[in-house]
Design a protein around this ligand. Sequence first.
Ligand SMILES: Cc1cc2nc3c(=O)[nH]c(=O)nc-3n(C[C@H](O)[C@H](O)[C@H](O)COP(=O)(O)O)c2cc1C
Length: 401
Amino acid sequence: MTHLAQKKIILGITGGIAAYKSAELTRRLKEQGADVRVVMTPGAKEFITPLTFQALSGNPVSDSLLDRDAEAAMGHIELARWADLILVAPASADFLARLSHGFANDLLSTLCLATSAPIAVAPAMNQLMWKNKATQANCHTLKQRGILLLGPNSGDQACGETGLGRMMEPDQLVSATASLLRNNDPQAGPLHGKKVVITAGPTREALDPIRFISNHSSGKMGFALARAALAAGAQTIIIAGPVYQETPNGAERINTVTAKGMYRASLEHAPSADIFIATAAVADYRPLQIAGQKIKKSAKQISIELTRNPDIIAAVAALPEKPFTVGFAAETNDLINYAKGKLQNKKLDLIVANDVARSDIGFNSDQNAVTVISADKHQNLAQANKDQIAEQLIKIIASAL
Ligand SMILES: Cc1cc2nc3c(=O)[nH]c(=O)nc-3n(C[C@H](O)[C@H](O)[C@H](O)COP(=O)(O)O)c2cc1C
């Protein structure tokens, strides 16, 4: 069970093509134990019917402000007080504009004005509508007022274009909503209210359409840290390379493949993070040329020229307002000296050194044993399973913050 259990959520739906995904979102929120009441704008009802949401939420759907019967049942102020959270998904450009200007000309915008509950919005629109300066200015205003913007994602759009503007997927929205509720929970842990970004797993660097260079990283340490960060109350984003690890409940996962992709995702999320933990085993080099066709087995010997990949953690540590930056040094020899060098050269706050030459700990193992090094001290964490190591690391990081 996540922080969604028994939470009262108003799911606001506005008039966008992504409204069909909100049916799935309603189901997912219900599965997590939330009590969901759907509020639809008149526009939303042009895309999907209230009956669908009534059946999925098990509650009547509210869709009108000036409605005598609705007011007599659960009036708008009562509904605004009822909510632990208002989640608007999809949030149309028009709705974002109304919300940022404090309009109260339909039920949903009125509820948003009349509630003391946290509000999260998941914008969904054509990429040019999203990029438009008016939309960006409205979103900036909303963020400044403490409204949480979830997404949008990038990708193919219903209108046939490609770019930023897709609504976050229902799973991602459920995770983000759970994090938001956890962060608003006064009982939350030592990283309550903090945003933690963790990279995990290997990267793959293509040689040709079917082959790549990679490494043995399983992502286990990174995902264990994500679970520990969540348990400590942090909003947690995990930027994963290609790994078969289950996304922890409540975490947002961003899947990447190459070092360049992981770099882009990291630099997108690190500036707003409090803590950045780089556990990923990022390929230092990638092939200079990716063959357009499968490389044939004709020549006796071939050479592959490699070029340096961008250094993710160094770039994060060099940000003007850098998060508390934690690196991992996976080495096979002279571990502590290499780790210390990395701490200083890359201007990290903490480095976790682990010996990947040992088969009982490190890459594919469930166990690890590490040395945590900061500018002024060393701390050995004895061999234990990766979840226990992760818990200890998160405690060390929380107290160092
Ligand atoms: C087919 C169609 C699809 C639309 N999709 C979107 C969309 O994805 N995002 C958006 O912001 N507006 C979209 N619009 C425009 C909105 O429906 C319109 O701005 C409406 O006024 C939104 O009202 P509401 O926010 O009160 O629901 C779409 C319009 C049409 C006709």
